[in-house]
Design a protein around this ligand. Structure first.
Ligand code: SAM
Length: 283
């Protein structure tokens, strides 16, 4: 058996397997192993964890995760062209890498993983936000939390990362900030320029690390919270007494009870205040 350090460079792998990047699959590859190991390190100690990687592509981050000592890596890749290259990594991984061909939006990964589980991925931009929302909101029943993962370490476009960590008072603050910060602690841990990727995308990227909170930061019924936040930000320029008119006939009283002035706009309302409002609106 060979070893991970004896594998060819990622540039050679891409050439040997003819992995010309496809835009439709959001393919912007990381070919610098120092960089991929650095990303893997942002997830902390992996030696006692199973890692879910979405979109391994030619396997740069996959190698980084294995070299960083992951107990096991489950890599879900949609592009069948990448499977042979990933097979070469699996062959020298000491049984630590399992590759599944499929769409990460469909594969039931829970059945294939043993807790504790960390998610680490250089996500395809076209499905990144959808996956994040699913991981942060596994269902309308509050018993669905805590989720199957203990942390997420994910690459996003810088602009999306800014929306995830945004605080009240700015344009970036919205549903994604509320959803992310209610049940986890997101922080930007790395910034990457376009040239870090092949091919270079138009925008800058950032890695966000989320540690899950076992209990939400403030109590609130999730279904009501997400509904009221969606209504508030769908008409973010309107005062809340107008934007939330459909939420309850006495919405002004409920806003006041939650400590929110009815003339405020969504982007001025803190997560704590949204949670208080969701509690007053709970059936
Ligand atoms: N992880 C590799 C790296 O860092 O070089 C590749 C990252 S590239 C931004 C995104 C990868 O996700 C591609 O390999 C692409 O084929 C894959 N992908 C795109 N959509 C996917 C989906 N729905 N499910 C699983 N993989 C997907």
């Amino acid at each position: 058996m060979g070893d991970l350090n004896g594998l060819p460079s990622l540039a050679k792998v891409v050439a040997a397997h003819d992995l010309a990047a496809k835009k439709s699959l959001g393919q912007n590859f990381l070919l610098d192993l120092n960089l991929t190991e650095k990303i893997a390190r942002q997830a902390g100690d992996l030696s006692q964890c199973d890692v879910l990687e979405v979109g391994p592509g030619p396997g740069g981050l996959t190698r980084g995760l294995l070299l960083h000592g992951a107990r096991r890596v489950l890599a879900v890749e949609k592009d069948p062209r990448c499977l042979a290259a990933l097979g070469e990594i699996a062959a020298v991984s000491g049984g630590r890498l399992q590759v599944v061909e499929g769409d990460a939006l469909d594969v039931d990964v829970r059945a294939l993983l043993t807790p504790p589980i960390k998610v680490v991925a250089n996500l395809p931009y076209n499905v990144g936000t959808e996956l994040l929302v699913r991981w942060l909101d596994p269902g309308p029943r509050d018993e669905d939390w805590p989720p199957f993962w203990s942390s997420l370490t994910l690459m996003f476009q810088r602009e999306v990362a800014e929306r995830i960590i945004a605080q009240p008072g700015g344009k970036a603050y919205g549903r994604l900030a509320i959803l992310s910060q209610w049940r986890s602690t997101p922080r930007i841990v790395m910034s990457l320029p376009p040239e870090a990727f092949t091919p270079a995308p138009k925008v800058h990227s950032a890695v966000v690390h989320f540690d899950r909170l076992d209990e939400p930061r403030f109590p609130a019924p999730s279904k009501v919270l997400f509904r009221v936040v969606a209504m508030a930000f769908n008409q973010r320029r309107k005062m809340l007494r107008a934007a939330l008119k459909g939420a309850a006939p006495d919405i002004e009283d409920r806003l006041i009870a939650a400590g929110i002035a009815p003339t405020q706009r969504a982007e001025q309302v803190s997560l704590e205040q949204f949670c208080a409002l969701a509690r007053t609106l709970a059936p």
